[in-house]
Design a protein around this ligand. Structure first.
Ligand code: SF4
Length: 261
């Protein structure tokens, strides 16, 4: 059971000067706080700065109902900017079907002249296809990164039990690519998987990949207990992430794979 509430945010664009996205992106944009997918390894739960919210991560979502208005107000920042939506929530989690905040933010950014130079929409959800018309309208200023972390849906059920299945995500990438939307797969974090099989599956639906290892792998509360419980500890070694990156480089070409180790 996920509790969804509405909230008024004070700002909607978060500057990225350093950290994982700094250098490549100017701002992150999170239309929601919290995430119903509640992935076991999610580092965003640590951003809540509230132990009860952190402990119940996945059980609550706050819809920032003024997100589109804030974006209008901050329009001056967006000319030529590089925006990542989203870094601490999934913009196409089920709440989006009711609140349509991500859609409204896309509409605001599309209406801006000049608007962002690059918008990356990062999601695990097929609901991103609800906005296919808007995604197409951005042309080559937009890319959709679909997070696919393993080839094995049994593994997905262990670490991401409330997120869409691997086949649904693969199909989402296929539909986006076929519709002419610029795509990439985000194998982030790399979960236990068969590198060659994963690369083959992904190579059929996209031409670019980002590969990243599990953050905080040794920290309790970020999925470590699941690796132990299911006898998967060997997959936490960096060699596994490197094997997935190499398999993707073989499949897509090294120039199309970005590997953060
Ligand atoms: S979908 Fe992303 S933001 Fe949501 S819980 Fe999973 S990793 Fe965290």
């Amino acid at each position: 059971m996920v509790t969804i509430s509405e909230t008024e945010a004070r700002s909607i664009l978060t500057p990225q000067r350093e950290g994982a996205l700094g250098g490549r992106y100017s701002y992150t944009l999170n239309p929601y706080r919290g995430c119903a997918f509640g992935c076991s390894y999610c580092y965003a739960k640590g951003f809540t700065h509230d132990s009860s919210l952190e402990l119940t991560w996945g059980g609550w979502v706050q819809a920032k109902k003024n997100a589109p208005e804030l974006l209008y107000r901050e329009a001056g920042k967006l000319a030529g900017a590089r925006v990542f939506m989203s870094s601490a929530t999934d913009p196409y989690q089920p709440a989006e079907r009711k609140h349509r905040l991500s859609r409204a933010c896309l509409q605001v950014m599309l209406s801006m002249l000049p608007g962002p130079e690059l918008l990356t929409v990062h999601t695990r959800s097929p609901y991103v296809l609800d906005d296919l018309d808007l995604l197409q309208a951005f042309g080559d200023r937009l890319e959709v990164a679909v997070s696919i972390t393993t080839d094995d849906d049994d593994v997905r059920r262990i670490f991401e039990p409330h997120a869409p299945s691997v086949p649904r995500r693969i199909e989402t990438l296929r539909v986006l690519s076929d519709a002419g939307v610029c795509t990439r797969v985000s194998v982030s974090p790399v979960l236990p998987s068969d590198p060659a099989r994963l690369a083959r599956m992904l190579g059929e639906v996209t031409s670019r990949a980002f590969v990243d290892s599990v953050r905080f792998p040794q920290q309790q509360g970020y999925g470590l207990e699941l690796y132990r419980e299911h006898g998967l500890m060997r997959y936490l070694q960096s060699e596994h992430t490197s094997a997935v990156a190499r398999a993707l480089e073989d499949e897509l070409g090294p120039e199309n794979v970005w590997h953060r180790s």
